[in-house]
Design a protein around this ligand. Sequence first.
Ligand SMILES: Cc1cc2nc3c(=O)[nH]c(=O)nc-3n(C[C@H](O)[C@H](O)[C@H](O)COP(=O)(O)O)c2cc1C
Length: 203
Amino acid sequence: MELTVAITGASGTIYAHRTLQLLAESGVVETINLIMSGSALTVAQVEMGVNLKDAASHDINEWLGLEPESRLIRLWRLDNLAAKPSSGSNKQAGMIIVPCSMGTLGAIASGAGTNLIHRAADVCLKEGRKLVIVPRESPYNSIHLENMLRLSNAGARILPASPGFYHRPTTIGELVDHLCFRIMDQFDVPHSRRSQWTGEEVV
Ligand SMILES: Cc1cc2nc3c(=O)[nH]c(=O)nc-3n(C[C@H](O)[C@H](O)[C@H](O)COP(=O)(O)O)c2cc1C
């Protein structure tokens, strides 16, 4: 499987980090086209203390704990509109935007995108491919909500960054995993299913 993952400047870099790790661990993903916005780099620095500015593939591999020589991640520049994910003729399973800022959400919803993240998402919608958007803002204003509805109507899957608690998480890692497992489920990517609800027996 080949897919595109975009990281934007909403809070929650940790979700992107774990999503990439789970895709890498799954054994079913051969190529991940990775795109990061400028603001994503700022938030990554603030939230995870990592400097991904001017990062090369091996720096991303190190950040994810992958082998330095791993070729799983293909890093694309945000302004490279000639990159692979910008063409519908390049067959891919789809795209995940995690976390997705309200700015990126609005640009895609308007159809007037300006960078590779916007274009790759637009391609998914026009080709009928899976586009999983993990928005994060609080509270949402009506423009954010209308943009989400618009994208949902256009075929995107809106998967908000709001993890459940029914698996009784005791660590941030378990909370993050809960959300990232739901992202994996959208592409039928196998994972441990540790937080899957199996039903409560009535006593
Ligand atoms: C530490 C930090 C946290 C932010 N958190 C959010 C957020 O949760 N949601 C959001 O929509 N924007 C958030 N922003 C603002 C976005 O980064 C900003 O709107 C940016 O222009 C988005 O650009 P992008 O969509 O190209 O990444 C945050 C910014 C910083 C510096």
